[in-house]
Design a binder for this molecule. Structure first.
Ligand SMILES: NC(=O)c1ccc[n+]([C@@H]2O[C@H](COP(=O)([O-])OP(=O)(O)OC[C@H]3O[C@@H](n4cnc5c(N)ncnc54)[C@H](O)[C@@H]3O)[C@@H](O)[C@H]2O)c1
Length: 299
């Protein structure tokens, strides 16, 4: 179990912005050496510059987590520079930008979203875990899921929700397998929240590689966080965000406490857990707690 973070090495994917950057910043504040990786080179350079100016011992590495070779090159860079890795945060994730109902979706949106949100985590596990096991020191892997899928499916974000459900199952299996082999490594699944975060997730299309290009142009403009916020307010619903710093604090605290579910309590998530497990136990049909204001894909 990893308790002391000083001088330990962390790798964070999707670290150039949003939650990933906040986690990297917090790790630096804890005295860790941090490898920040991201597909967005300009934002990554800025993030690395900022943490370096703050006195951090950090390395930036451009990585596309959907590309197996790219993630293995990240592992090479991290071990070459620091000789060890103690914490791996498989955090990079995207919203698919799909339109309409599932049967109307562009299949390329599913290809891309699974490649980043699911295979990105799998590539991280394959590239880092064997070397972390060989290192034979205490360590931790944190995989980022989302309440939207990880707890209960958000019907109007079906691609995103499906990938985030997969991350939960993958991490449960990883946790069990690490214990089966007596590893000094543990695993956690992170649900950033309890509320939404104001990050670049809604503009995920900015990082869409050409090889996952849509097969047809969008019919409507991309949804924006501002439009979602407006619709929420107009329907009388409260809009409030969780600051990214509080997610970073949850990660640090969750690793120290060796907590599998890094799932901050909240009325919304607790209600969803109760409703979903209750429906399964009762063998009843699904019910959805929220009336979703946007009758279209949101992520
Ligand atoms: N924002 C929220 O409300 C929220 C809620 C729950 C879960 N999450 C999850 O948190 C994680 C971080 O998202 P965020 O909200 O900070 O969004 P963000 O867009 O600000 O950050 C995501 C980062 O991942 C990077 N990225 C995208 N594709 C990549 C790829 N192929 N390879 C490497 N890096 C890539 C982006 O450049 C970006 O820096 C995601 O997994 C997301 O699904 C976010």
């Amino acid at each position: 179990m990893l308790k002391d973070f000083t001088e330990k090495v962390a790798v964070v994917t999707g670290a150039a912005s949003g939650i990933g950057f906040a986690i990297a910043e917090r790790f630096v504040a804890e005295g860790m050496k941090v490898v920040l990786s991201d597909i967005e080179e300009g934002a990554l350079d800025k993030a690395v510059g900022r943490l370096t100016r703050d006195g951090g011992d950090v390395l930036g590495h451009v990585t596309d987590v959907s590309d197996r070779d790219s993630v293995h090159a990240l592992a090479d860079a991290a071990f070459d520079r620091y000789g060890a890795v103690h914490v791996l945060c498989n955090n990079a994730g995207i919203g698919s930008g799909s339109e309409g109902r599932m049967w109307e979706h562009d299949p390329r949106d599913w290809d891309w979203c699974f490649a980043v949100n699911v295979f990105g985590v799998f590539h991280g596990v394959q590239a880092f875990v064997p070397r972390m096991l060989a290192q034979d020191t205490d360590g931790h892997i944190v995989n980022t899921s989302s309440g939207d899928g990880g707890i209960a499916p958000l019907p109007n974000a079906s691609v995103y929700a499906t990938t985030k459900a997969a991350v939960v199952t993958m991490t449960e299996a990883l946790y069990a397998q690490l214990h089966q082999v007596g590893a000094k490594l543990d695993a956690s699944v992170l649900f950033p929240g309890p509320r939404m975060l104001r990050t670049g997730l809604w503009e995920s299309y900015r990082n869409r590689p050409e090889r996952f290009a849509k097969s047809r142009p969008r019919r409507t403009p991309y949804n924006t966080l501002d439009a979602w916020e407006k619709a929420m307010r107009e329907s009388g619903q409260e809009v409030a965000y969780t600051p990214v710093e509080s997610v970073a604090a949850d990660v640090v605290e969750g690793i120290r406490a060796n907590r599998f579910w890094i799932l901050p309590p909240g009325e919304h998530s607790d209600g969803q857990i109760t409703a979903r497990s209750g429906s399964m136990l009762a063998r009843s049909n699904p019910t959805y707690l929220e009336s979703f204001v946007l009758d279209r894909e949101t992520k």
